[in-house]
Design a protein around this ligand. Structure first.
Ligand code: MF3
Ligand code: CO
Length: 266
């Protein structure tokens, strides 16, 4: 069942989504070679609690951390750990917060400079595919229009692998609500998009094969061929003739540009 939100509910989701964005911006300032992903997770959790919210992911179906931090061939759901970040790494950070009864969910892939040119392109294409999907998220379209836009650009135009096992989703009172929002599919198919539906769009794009494997921890998803993967995610609200992006990359990009340790395409 797809839950349509009231305008006041959308504003509460916006507050949660913007807190996710601020958390990611905070981490963007800290990222540099030598830092561990555990340190980033600790800071994120502290930042979220300081802002009178709780991390959505912690204890969600037994997930043990506030954030998912997926480095290089890790696609999503990576466990923060004691490994140090190094030059050339792609660090995908996924954050969810629960505040005032509503969730926000967003993710961003950071490149630790210098980043190989092929990985710069992977980041840019994945980020662009998110925006192409977001553009289709208007009332009257169908979920498949979003899915097709992402798959067409990444798979058919750039020959990357679109992960099939994990998808975007509705969200609100629950972190995962209907509908599912796959990053592959056909135009004009799937549930119709209606005003004030709130969904998370989150392309997970692999340099090589779309196939993935799971680590022994039961969570971390990796590319089967060991090539790198990127992941960007926005929480958005469907409107008539336009889309309202509830999360924001603005502060993240500002801090990414100000941080000499990070590659930034913007
Ligand atoms: N953004 C991801 C998702 O929507 C993060 C979920 S991590 C989990 O699936 F730990 F909460 F499962
Ligand atoms: Co999500």
């Amino acid at each position: 069942m797809i839950r349509i939100k009231t305008n006041p509910e959308v504003e509460l989701i916006r507050e949660s989504a913007l807190l996710v964005s601020s958390t990611l911006a905070e981490l963007a300032s800290m990222l540099k070679p030598g830092i561990t992903t555990q340190m980033l997770d600790k800071r994120a959790e502290e930042f979220i609690l300081d802002n009178k919210a709780v991390p959505s992911f912690k204890n969600y179906r037994g997930y043990p951390f506030a954030t998912c931090i997926s480095v290089n061939d890790a696609v999503v759901h990576g466990f923060p750990n004691n490994n140090t970040i190094k030059e050339g790494d792609l660090v995908s950070i996924d954050v969810g917060v629960y505040k005032n009864g509503f969730h926000g969910d967003s993710a961003y892939t950071f490149g630790i400079a210098p980043v190989a040119e092929e990985h710069q392109l992977l980041m840019q294409v994945t980020r662009t595919s998110l925006l192409l999907g977001v553009e289709k998220a208007v009332a009257g379209n169908r979920v498949g229009d979003i899915s097709f836009a992402i798959q067409d650009y990444t798979e058919r135009q750039h020959h990357y692998g679109v992960v099939r096992e994990l998808v975007g989703h509705g969200l609100g009172k629950q972190l995962h609500e209907d509908p599912q929002v796959p990053n592959y599919g056909k135009k004009g198919t799937g549930p119709k998009l209606r005003e004030n539906m709130v969904i998370a769009i989150e392309p997970m794009i692999n340099m090589g094969t779309r196939d993935v494997i799971y680590d022994a921890d039961g969570w971390t998803v990796r590319t089967k061929d060991g090539k790198f993967s990127a992941h960007y995610e926005h929480t958005i609200c469907i409107k008539r003739g336009r889309v309202d992006i509830l999360s924001s990359f603005e502060k993240i990009i500002q801090n990414e540009n100000a941080n000499q340790a990070l590659y930034s395409g913007y």
